[in-house]
Design a protein around this ligand. Structure first.
Ligand code: HEM
Length: 108
């Protein structure tokens, strides 16, 4: 690549590269579990939900802690079941094209 070239980085594409993320289309939360055989620590260039480089999101640690806390609290009292396939839509940021309908059942 020549100096001055434009370079576009796509988190969507990077997050779906099987050589970087084995079985990228499978929802397998265990891939984040250090006890799992396929677990690898994510390199900064491989996991880009918060961008990268000098302008990487300054709120990333806060947003990550907030999401984990909300999910942990929520899943203590309810089970969530996804009702449809998730299709991505992207303009500036990614979002589920048809929303994210879930069935909510109180845990006993
Ligand atoms: C899940 C939640 C969040 C996501 C997915 C997200 C994602 C991003 C992304 C992709 C960027 C652009 C990075 C780049 O240009 O390479 C960014 C920038 C930024 N984010 Fe977030 N963000 C989140 C939450 C937050 C929160 C909670 C705050 C503040 C408390 C925050 C503050 C910022 C700021 C100030 C920038 C600009 C950084 C700069 O240009 O130097 N973000 N974020």
């Amino acid at each position: 690549m020549r100096a001055g070239s434009r370079l576009a980085i796509s988190p969507y594409v990077t997050h779906r590269m099987p050589e970087v993320w084995p079985g990228p289309e499978r929802f397998r939360p265990g891939r984040w579990d250090p006890q799992e055989s396929l677990h690898r620590p994510a390199a900064p260039s491989a996991f880009l939900p918060f961008g990268g480089g000098r302008h990487r999101c300054v709120g990333a640690p806060f947003a990550t802690a907030e999401l984990k806390t909300i999910l942990a609290e929520l899943l203590r009292s309810v089970d969530l079941r996804l009702l449809t396939d998730v299709a991505p839509a992207s303009i500036i940021v990614m979002r589920p094209r048809r929303g994210l309908p879930v069935a909510v059942r109180r845990r006993t």
